[in-house]
Design a protein around this ligand. Structure first.
Ligand code: FAD
Length: 394
């Protein structure tokens, strides 16, 4: 399909929406992005962009610019919480021939995407809160976007890249309440006073873990800390907490965790919820992507990367189809099974880090230690289906 005649409205200027807008514009579509915020900004937190996300950035022509702002990751290390001793080392250099595995400040990725989107001629409209979307149907051939101020907009195609609280998702699927996983998470960035190497460290303790990795040429460390079996917590991840609460929960963590947590001045805490993957991603010339279709727990670090993969495949599927409807159906068909597998894998991952029975933990750590020293390529190979998947290769 020739996309140059298509007027596309993308709701949301997050990672998924901006990637979709750029990919569409590069195929000639007329694109408008509606963002509720007054500026395209991001919270101070890190992201891991694995090679499958890097492949999309490369195809969009952004790889060099993003790499300049990123830290190239060397390894993922699993460590025991008490003394910080190594349990397993996943050597990321084994992913040779792939785009590099990167640690990136979210704001830096958003900056690169937003600059490219604006330079390409996409119209980005800020302070535009969408209230609802009416998919195309009987009596109206094009979908309608209804703004919170009551005004309306029509497009040939509407993309809902509006995150966790999507307005398009209920229009296509109805509403299903998520369930609280009985886990809460804190996130913070701190100055790198411990000379953190260019690795992602997962410090595994009973019912808790802490992930740390460097950002911005090693000047900062990104910290995500997770605790199980606590009371109710809200889902939004902008809720401030007292850093002393975080330090108290992880007070028995040794190694580098203590000095890192000592540096925390500001921290956000939120509840981790599981949302089912939306059964319907498209219809009536509308499509969902990223968190709007399939929010995931953060335990595989794949949420943003999946949003980028979605965006690429959506545009590729449209450009190869005869009609919008056929392109959208092909998009969901190409994405659904992979995304479900990633979301399931992330959901099952937390308990592996959180073993609380000391005997079980010792045995599991011993097994991991052995596997990682005897068969490092095999350890890494278990993630090939995620990291070596390149959506830009068809
Ligand atoms: C602690 C944590 C760590 C993570 N780490 C990683 C990681 O290492 N790697 C990774 O790949 N992923 C990671 N993720 C997941 C990742 O952040 C998300 O999956 C990703 O940001 C989703 O992108 P999105 O574009 O779909 O949605 P969002 O980033 O949520 O963007 C949605 C946009 O839509 C706008 N919007 C919403 N509603 C409206 C409306 N009604 N009208 C107009 N605009 C609207 C919002 O303002 C926002 O700009 C992590 C998540 C968390 C919580």
């Amino acid at each position: 399909m020739d996309l140059t005649r298509q007027k596309v409205c993308v709701i949301g200027a997050g990672i998924g929406g901006l990637t979709a807008a750029l990919a569409l514009r590069q195929r000639g579509a007329q694109v408008c992005v509606l963002e509720q915020a007054e500026a395209i900004t991001e919270v101070g937190a890190g992201l891991q962009i694995s090679p499958n996300g890097g492949a999309v950035l490369r195809a969009l022509g952004l790889q060099a610019e993003v790499a300049q702002r990123a830290v190239k990751a060397q390894a993922v290390e699993l460590r025991d919480y008490a003394a910080g001793t190594m349990v397993s080392h996943l050597d990321l250099s084994l992913l040779k021939d792939q785009a590099p595995y990167l640690f990136l400040h979210r704001a830096d990725l958003i900056d690169c995407l937003a600059a490219a989107v604006r330079a390409s001629g996409v119209r980005v409209l800020l302070l535009q809160k969408v209230d609802s979307i009416v998919p195309a149907g009987e009596g109206h051939a094009r979908p309608r976007v209804v703004m919170a101020n009551g005004s309306e907009m029509k497009a040939d195609l509407v993309i809902g890249a509006d995150g966790l609280h999507s307005r398009l998702r209920p229009a296509l699927n109805g509403t299903v309440a998520p369930f609280f996983t009985r886990q809460v998470a804190w996130r913070a960035t701190v100055p790198n006073t411990i000379d953190h190497p260019n690795v992602a460290r997962v410090h595994m303790g009973p019912r808790r873990h802490v992930v740390s990795y460097p950002l911005r040429a090693g000047a900062l460390i990104n910290i995500v800390a997770v605790q199980e079996q606590v009371g109710w917590a809200e889902e939004g991840w902008h809720i401030p907490d007292d850093p002393d609460n975080l330090r108290a929960v992880f007070a028995d963590f040794g190694g580098t965790v203590k000095p890192m947590l000592a540096e925390v001045k500001e921290v956000r805490r939120w509840g981790l919820f599981r949302h089912p993957v939306a059964p319907v991603w498209q219809g009536g010339h509308c499509a969902l992507l990223g968190d709007a279709a399939h929010p995931t727990l953060p335990f595989m670090a794949q949420g943003a990367v999946m949003a980028m993969e979605d965006a690429w495949v959506l545009v590729d599927a449209l450009s190869k189809a005869e009609t919008v409807a056929a392109g959208l159906a092909s998009y969901q068909g190409r994405r659904e099974a992979r995304v479900k597998r990633v979301v399931d894998t992330a959901s099952k991952n937390a308990w592996k880090y959180h073993l609380s029975n000391p005997l079980l933990r010792r045995a599991a750590h011993m097994g991991l230690r052995m596997a990682s020293s005897v068969a490092p390529a095999r350890m890494m190979g278990q993630f090939d289906w995620i990291y070596r998947h390149d959506v830009t290769q068809g």
